[in-house]
Ligand binder design. Structure first.
Ligand code: SF4
Length: 327
C-alpha cells in the first residue's frame, strides 16, 4: 500500500493517538473546571484494538506515534500500550505528551517498554504561576521527572508551554536561564481557540512572532525541520544546552507542512485538530481479518482533508478543548 498522501501532496508519517479523554489537571485554557466524564461515552480503545489500529496506519506510511490524552498516565495499562506499539513492525518512534506528574515514579518502566521521547506540558517555571494555571502545586516533582529523563538519556525531552498574555508571556528570561544547562527543547505554543475557551482566548491570546523576533535578534538561529517532526520552528544557540521551538498555528502557511493525523480515545479518525467531523474506525478494529477494510477506510478519507484550519475565521470545528483529541 502506498504511503498516505492528501490532495495537497502532504504525507502523514506521524499519528497522534489519544488513549484517554480524562485528565487530572484543570488547566485554565483547556479544562478550567476539570474533566467531566460522559457516562454515555464508550470506554477507551483496548490493547488489541490499538494493535490493529497501529498496524493499519503503519501500512499507510506511519512510523512515528505520539501517545496523548487527556493525560495518558491515567491509563493503568500505559506501559502495556507502549510495549504494544513498540511491537508493531515499522513503528520507529514512540513519543508521549504528559503533564509529567508520574514521571519520577513510572518513567523507567515506560522507557524499558519502548518510550523514546516525552513532551511535558508545563507552562511556567514559576511555582505559583504553574499552580494558578493547572490547579495543582506539582512543579517541583515534574522538574525532578524531567531531570530523571535527562539523566536516563531519553533521546528527546521537550516542554510544551502555552503562551498567555498577562499570565506567563513575560517569563522568557526564566526559561533562558533553565535552557543554559538543561538539554531540553522548550516549545512556546500560541494559545489556540477551541469550542469552550473563546473568552479566555480573547483575553490571553498573544502571537509568538514577537518571541521569535526577539530570539533571532539575540543570536538564536533556526535549524532545518525533519519530515516527521512536529510543527515547531526550532531555534538553537551555542551558549545554551537546550533549544527552543515556536509553534504558531496562527502564522501564515502553518498547515502547509501538516504531517499528522489523529485518532481519539474511542477510535475516531480526525483529519485535522480543528476539523468538523470524526470518522469512526472502531468497528474495523475488532478482528484481524478487517485490516484491509481498515486501511481502505483510512485511505478513502484522506481526500477530505482541508488545506488548513479556519481558526482565523474563529472556526474551531468539533474540538471543545484540546484534552478531547490530545492536542
Ligand atoms: S490545524 Fe489541522 S491542517 Fe493545520 S497543521 Fe494542525 S492538523 Fe494539520
Amino acid at each position: 500500500m502506498h504511503p498516505l498522501a492528501d490532495a495537497f501532496g502532504r504525507r502523514f508519517p506521524y499519528l497522534r493517538l489519544s488513549i484517554i479523554p480524562a485528565c487530572n489537571f484543570r488547566c485554565t485554557y483547556c479544562l478550567p473546571n476539570g474533566y467531566k466524564a460522559d457516562p454515555k461515552a464508550a470506554g477507551p480503545l483496548r490493547l488489541d484494538e490499538i494493535t490493529r489500529l497501529l498496524t493499519g496506519f503503519q501500512h499507510l506510511g506511519m512510523h512515528k506515534l505520539r501517545i496523548t490524552g487527556g493525560e495518558p498516565s491515567l491509563r493503568r495499562d500505559l506501559t502495556d500500550i507502549i510495549a504494544t506499539a513498540a511491537a508493531v513492525p515499522g513503528v520507529e518512534r514512540i513519543a508521549m505528551t504528559t503533564n509529567g506528574v508520574l514521571l519520577t515514579r513510572r518513567l523507567n518502566e515506560w522507557m524499558d517498554a519502548g518510550l523514546g521521547a516525552i513532551n511535558v506540558s508545563m507552562d511556567s517555571l514559576d511555582r505559583a504561576c504553574f499552580a494558578r494555571i493547572t490547579g495543582h502545586d506539582r512543579l517541583d516533582s515534574i522538574l525532578q521527572g524531567i531531570d530523571l529523563a535527562l539523566a536516563r538519556g531519553l533521546p528527546s525531552v521537550k516542554i510544551n508551554a502555552v503562551l498567555m498574555r498577562d499570565v506567563n508571556d513575560q517569563q522568557l528570561p526564566a526559561w533562558l536561564d533553565y535552557l543554559r544547562d538543561h538539554a531540553v527543547g522548550v516549545r512556546f505554543i500560541e494559545l489556540m481557540q477551541t469550542g469552550d475557551n473563546l473568552d479566555f482566548f480573547r483575553r490571553h491570546h498573544v502571537r509568538a512572532a514577537s518571541v521569535m523576533a526577539h530570539l533571532l535578534d539575540s543570536g538564536w538561529r533556526e535549524r532545518p525541520r525533519r519530515a516527521d517532526a512536529g510543527p515547531a520552528r526550532e531555534l538553537v544557540h551555542p551558549d545554551y544546552a537546550g533549544h527552543i521551538g515556536i509553534i504558531a498555528p496562527y502564522a501564515k502557511d502553518f498547515c502547509a507542512g501538516c504531517n499528522r493525523l489523529r485518532v481519539t480515545a474511542t477510535g475516531d479518525l480526525r483529519l485535522c485538530l480543528f476539523g468538523d467531523f470524526g470518522i469512526p474506525l472502531r468497528h474495523l478494529l475488532q478482528d484481524d481479518a478487517d485490516q484491509e477494510a481498515l486501511v481502505r477506510a483510512i485511505g478513502g478519507q484522506i481526500g477530505r482533508k482541508e488545506k488548513g484550519h479556519f481558526l482565523h475565521q474563529g472556526h474551531t470545528g468539533i474540538t471543545p478543548h484540546l484534552a478531547s483529541t490530545g492536542g
